[in-house]
Design a protein around this ligand. Structure first.
Ligand code: BTN
Length: 291
């Protein structure tokens, strides 16, 4: 494969996986496939899941031509400027009501992997965004899209599969970003933009957090998420799918990954599907907000 110029080398399938025995000691055994181009790695991995693929498949695309975001939005990134990948998981032992934790734990793993491999501190925006600071203002550096895939014909019956998609802007320039509310690791002052090392680091963090999630009801995961989540403790404006908004203080995330918002008269319990977006109602003193 050719290098696309300075700062945009291709992914190295060897360096993109955690070292040693893949998934050693954990529940997942990662197998990485790198595609030069794919419409959407989530759609591709969902197809593989329906065809009976085992958990642990990781598919990364150097370029997505029809990348999907939450709520039918698109996810657009130039070739080799981002990490766009999807994981296939079969968390059979986890009851369905706890699956909404999957995007949250993924965001946490991305935050941990990015901090470790690129030295960029991030905050999580419930439910599926990872924010980084660019020139004093917070902006979205990564998004997570988790999709549930039923696979009735697959033997032995493992129940549904989960496709966990991550889009992480790495070397994307300001001119290349689709919206002013987005940023990239390079724009946020990353010490390294090596995508293979970033992928490995995110997969390592994900495997740890996934084991915690599969093994216990919240456990160390929830307190870690609460610490990393910038939404909590803030006055927020929640845009609702039917129109209108709820304004209140984001006070907690419950055992089912739902956001608790106190509007002064009662606490509202919101699943990710109950909201269009959650934004700070006003900036903190000295804080700048993009877009
Ligand atoms: C969002 O912020 O709305 C979620 C964005 C998720 C984008 C990733 S890129 C890899 C995977 N394939 C897709 O089509 N979408 C996800």
């Amino acid at each position: 494969m050719d290098d696309d110029g300075p700062g945009r080398p291709p992914l190295d399938p060897e360096a993109g996986l955690p070292p040693g025995e893949p998934g050693r000691g954990g529940r997942v055994r990662w197998r990485l496939e790198v595609l030069e181009e794919s419409p959407s790695t989530n759609a591709y991995v969902a197809g593989r899941a329906r065809d009976g693929e085992a958990a642990g498949l990781v598919v990364a695309a150097e370029h997505q031509t029809a990348g999907r975001g939450r709520l039918d939005r698109s996810w657009v990134t130039p070739p080799r400027a981002a990490l766009t990948f999807s994981l296939l998981l079969t968390p059979d032992e986890v009851p369905v009501h706890r699956w909404p934790w999957l995007p949250l734990l993924t965001g946490l793993a991305v935050a941990e992997g990015v901090e470790r491999a690129a030295g960029v501190g991030t905050r999580l925006k419930w439910p599926n965004d990872v924010l980084a600071d660019e020139a004093g203002a917070e902006a979205k550096v990564a998004g997570v899209l988790v999709e549930r895939v039923e696979r009735p014909g697959v033997e032995p019956p493992p129940g549904a599969a989960a496709v966990v998609g991550v889009g992480l802007n790495v070397t994307t320039t300001r001119a290349e970003l689709p919206v002013p509310t987005a940023t990239s690791l390079a724009l946020a002052g990353a010490a390294s933009t090596d995508r293979s090392a970033l992928l490995r680091s995110v997969l390592e963090a994900f495997a740890r957090r996934y084991d915690e999630w599969c093994g216990c009801a919240g456990g160390g995961l929830r307190p870690s998420y609460v610490r990393a989540c910038g939404t909590l403790g803030r006055q927020v404006r929640v845009a609702l799918p039917a129109g209108g908004a709820l304004v209140g203080r984001a006070v907690d995330v419950d055992e089912e990954g739902r956001l608790l918002v106190d509007d002064g008269s009662r606490v509202h319990v919101l699943g990710a599907g109950d909201v269009v977006h959650v934004r700070p109602d006003r900036p903190r003193p000295g804080e700048r907000m993009r877009g």
